[in-house]
Design a protein around this ligand. Structure first.
Ligand code: ADP
Ligand code: MG
Length: 608
């Protein structure tokens, strides 16, 4: 038998490597901008078409390439940035692997124009699926322009894997922000088709942050950024922390290390520790933190497409960071001063004491089968008898249907508790739970979740039937969106209208909210809409039904009666009855427990 191992052709190897580096249009954009920055560009112009699926173009005024380098650049493992392994440890360029261009050229049609300052003429190269089609001497501007067309044209499986245009546009923008925030002195222009989405002049970090995020809410951004700065031998930390009152559900939180964006869940905790007790539940502060430290003490070489970075002195930096943010918040009188004085920088050490070991983490109960995207029967009802018993209880459509008690140990009389007129059997515990004695035990309902379930089902029905119930607003609020949010809003708009929202467009990214769903009470519609957009950003799905779920859940959450609200017996009865009319009533739409029953067997056991 002949040998069976053979070397893969370059084009195949490149395509495989591309799978690692190039996942979506945003990955191409990132690599091209990073190359432009490494080439010393001071101005970078970006144009994308159809969310980058048909074109991503990046032009720079950097140093350009010679004719030979232009050709070499597309080979795998060709780079001008490192020469040997030791260079890896003192990296000061964004790229170094030399595989981005080879990967892009393996899965797209690429055209590149490039010219160095010292050359009269430049080079044009056309390459697709790793094959060079054209190389010519041409006249062109100093610098380099890449046009990457029809990404994944030769890898249909990857093309299908891409998300909706708006979701991909959002990825592109997020990637763009990460770089534009790290290089405020570089000028950027970002066109989406004909629209100039961002024009960013060369500036300082603070103004760059405001230029990007303050586009629609300028005042809000000017007021909120507090300076963080600390210099130590280990690390320099500078940047901005947002005032707690500007915290939002999905905040803009950025870490950069030596001008490279990174994710760092551990350092995130350090920042959040500094905000301890200054935030409402589910609110997150904006922050932009820039670390500068010796490149030898970090390792960026973990994975080409990953943004995690390893630090040598992680726990020391954690302490420095947390203390620095805390000090900033204290200095600007954001944190209560008493709190600050008593719990300044050394706080983290106290938590690392021996006692820490004795603290047991809370046990979080969740439903492992929970899938927020399945509407129907998300939960397999667990088949405990009492649930079967209650299944048709209060089902107004079929009042006469007999419940089959054959497989139940419960006394059918239990039902009569609900049917008799007396309200006295409903009582409230801690203004949060409704307790109802039944023949088989004590039924306990969490009032807020129960109401969420009821409203959620009702709103979902309205959305699918497209029968909006709207109420006019007395004092209409204005709502503004930044570029990324506007994309999501455009997708959500028809569904929001089905829910009962009425909008009037007053500017490119400004709307007046004239009508709101009739279930809504006093809450701010603007805040709610931003939350809905945040939620839709965070979901993996783009389907209409997932949008419905997000809208219905947000509305239900704001409109539902709260824990802590005292209820009259008649209200409790009404709530419990309506809960039993819901198809699913054991869990709330978020997967939290709504009903429990404390059976008599259990109660009796406790008295043994
Ligand atoms: P890396 O950035 O890791 O070196 P790439 O595949 O991204 O690898 O690029 C290969 C090489 O092509 C770079 O090292 C650089 O010399 C050259 N190059 C790429 N883009 C540009 C550009 N915009 N301007 C000048 N040179 C570039
Ligand atoms: Mg590169």
């Amino acid at each position: 038998m002949s040998d069976i191992i053979h070397l893969l052709p370059d084009s195949v190897a490149n395509q495989i490597a591309a799978g690692e580096v190039i996942q979506r249009p945003a990955s191409v954009l990132k690599e091209l901008i990073e190359n432009a920055i490494d080439a010393g560009a001071t101005a970078i112009h970006i144009l994308v078409r159809q969310a980058g699926k048909t074109l991503i173009q990046v032009s720079d005024n950097g140093r350009g390439m010679s004719e030979t380098d232009a050709r070499m650049a597309f080979e795998r493992h060709t780079t001008s940035k490192i020469r040997d392994a030791s260079d890896l440890f003192v990296l000061n360029t964004l790229g170094f692997r030399g595989e981005a261009l080879a990967s892009i050229a393996a899965v797209a049609q690429v055209e590149m124009h490039t010219r160095r300052e010292e050359d009269d003429l430049g080079t044009l190269i056309e390459i697709a699926a790793s094959r060079v089609f054209r190389q010519e001497i041409v006249q062109c501007a100093k610098g380099t322009t890449f046009q990457v067309k029809n990404l994944f044209f030769n890898v249909p499986a990857r093309r299908r894997f891409l998300k909706s245009d708006n979701a991909e546009r959002n990825h592109l923008l997020q990637e763009f922000f990460r770089i534009a925030l790290a290089y405020p002195q570089i000028e950027f222009e970002y066109y989406d088709d004909q629209t100039l989405v961002y024009q960013l002049a060369s500036t300082n970090t603070k103004c760059r942050i405001e230029a990007i995020f303050g586009k629609s809410q300028k005042k809000k951004w000017e007021q909120q950024l507090l300076t963080v700065e600390v210099n130590s031998t280990l690390v320099t930390v500078r940047g901005f922390a947002g005032k707690p009152e500007f915290a939002q559900r999905t905040a803009n939180q950025y870490f950069f290390v030596n001008k490279r964006y990174m994710r760092h869940p551990y350092f995130h905790r350090a920042v959040m520790m500094a905000y301890d007790r200054l935030l409402q539940p589910n609110e997150n502060p904006n922050y932009f933190i820039y670390f500068e430290l010796s490149p030898e003490t970090i390792d960026v070489n973990i994975h080409p497409a990953k943004t995690e970075i390893k630090f040598e002195n992680e726990s020391a930096i954690f302490s420095i960071l947390s203390a620095a943010v805390k000090q900033t918040l204290g200095k600007f009188h954001v944190a209560p001063s008493l709190d600050f004085n008593m719990e300044g920088a050394p706080d983290f050490q106290a938590r690392q004491s021996k006692d820490f070991d004795n603290i047991r983490p809370p046990v979080v109960q969740f439903n492992p089968a929970y899938n927020p995207f399945n509407t129907a029967n998300t939960y397999k009802r667990d088949s405990s008898e009492w649930e079967k018993l209650y299944r048709n209880l209060g089902n107004s459509e079929k009042p006469d249907e007999k419940i089959d008690f054959a497989d139940s140990n419960f006394d059918p009389d239990v039902l009569q508790h609900f049917e008799k007129d007396s309200d006295t059997d409903f009582f409230q515990l801690k203004s949060r739970f409704i307790a109802v004695p039944t023949k088989s035990g004590l039924l306990i309902v969490e009032q807020h979740r129960a109401h969420i379930r009821i409203l959620f089902d009702k709103i979902m029905a309205q959305l699918t039937e497209n029968k909006p119930f709207s109420q006019q607003v007395m004092f209409p609020e204005e709502i503004c969106f930044d570029a990324a949010d506007l994309l999501f809003f455009a997708d959500l708009l028809p569904e929001l209208e089905k829910a009962g929202f009425v909008f009037t467009k007053t500017g490119d990214n400004t709307f007046i909210i004239n009508g709101i769903p009739s279930v809504m009470n006093t809450c701010s519609a603007e805040k709610l809409l931003h939350k809905i957009i945040d939620d839709s950003k965070n979901t993996q799905q783009n389907s209409v039904s997932s949008m419905h779920e997000i809208i219905a859940l947000s509305l239900a959450e704001t409109a539902a009666i709260r824990a802590g609200q005292t209820l009259a017996p008649a209200e409790m009865k009404d709530l419990v009855q309506r809960l039993f009319e819901c198809k699913e009533n054991v869990y709330s739409p978020e997967g939290k427990r709504v009903i429990e029953i404390l059976g008599f067997a259990e109660i009796e056991k406790r008295f043994e």
